[in-house]
Design a protein around this ligand. Sequence first.
Ligand code: SF4
Length: 338
Amino acid sequence: MELRRGIVVATVGTMAITSGIQWTDATFNPWIGCTQVSPACDNCYAMVMNSHRQWAKGWGPGVPRHRTSASNWRQPLTWNRKAGKEGKRIKVFCASLADVFDSEVPDVWRTDLWNLILETPNLDWLLLTKRTSSIARMVPWTNDWPDNVWIGTSVENQIFANRRLPILSEIQAKVRFISAEPLLGDFSLGDFNIDWVIAGGESGSGWREMNVDHVRSLRDQCRERDIAFFFKQYSGFNPHDLGREVDGVEWNQFPLNSVYNLEQKMSQKTNEKLKQISIEKVYRLSGQEFRKVSTAELKNPEVEIVPFDFKGKRVFFTPVSAVSGIGAESMGIQNEIT
Ligand code: SF4
């Protein structure tokens, strides 16, 4: 795990359950079926899959959406129990074969989804849509979005950044994110309220070329503004062979705002170095262990700092891995070791 000032920049406690998508632990499809709305949809994976599997009787306007089974709807309840038991939040991407804010979905299905989200507080629900203009009228929340909902929009180029980002930016969700996949053109993040950007190229039949400079542009904009950045894949029929590095670095960042399930526990660890700092308490943030930094450390630019709002106060943490790893001395913590 690597941390920079103010930003968690690595996968912390990813718990793969049912998804091969690197930036989530699980995927949940409450229903299947959709209508293409922008160039990013041209080679819609869900549409292609549906043509083989026939979940919905076709694709597009006027075709009834297919609600998934009751047993599928019970799965998040199981994940929620697992997450609670293991003290590790689970990220759930909803939906990979549909769009939650599709106007052809019966409202009652969406109400069932909102209720399920509220019943599963140990899950972080990643709602990704291309229909940002429908969000406000379809959710039951205004300024009171539940902590376990992240709202995201797909952006493929500047045209759709102009349309979707101003709306996303105003939503009062815990985390606002962009999925720039397939990335078809360069675009500016402007000064919109964005916590996380995922970028990636198109794969499979009919894939379109992604310009790596456009990935670099997003990466650099994110670095400038301390926005978490995740690079998923290059473009190609099967891009997995191309690896995931951009200029020699694999970008696996997650948003700091997601780190909110603070649980305190005492430092009864097996790690030798950790035992040594017995005067410290160890805190668990999304499955990763942190401790509070001292005033001296706060002034030390070498120390990795993660600010966090806890019970109305700003508290500064540093990862325990940094303490127990190489360089502990140079981080100026030897006075705390008993
Ligand atoms: S919005 Fe998503 S699911 Fe719907 S057609 Fe476009 S790519 Fe497919």
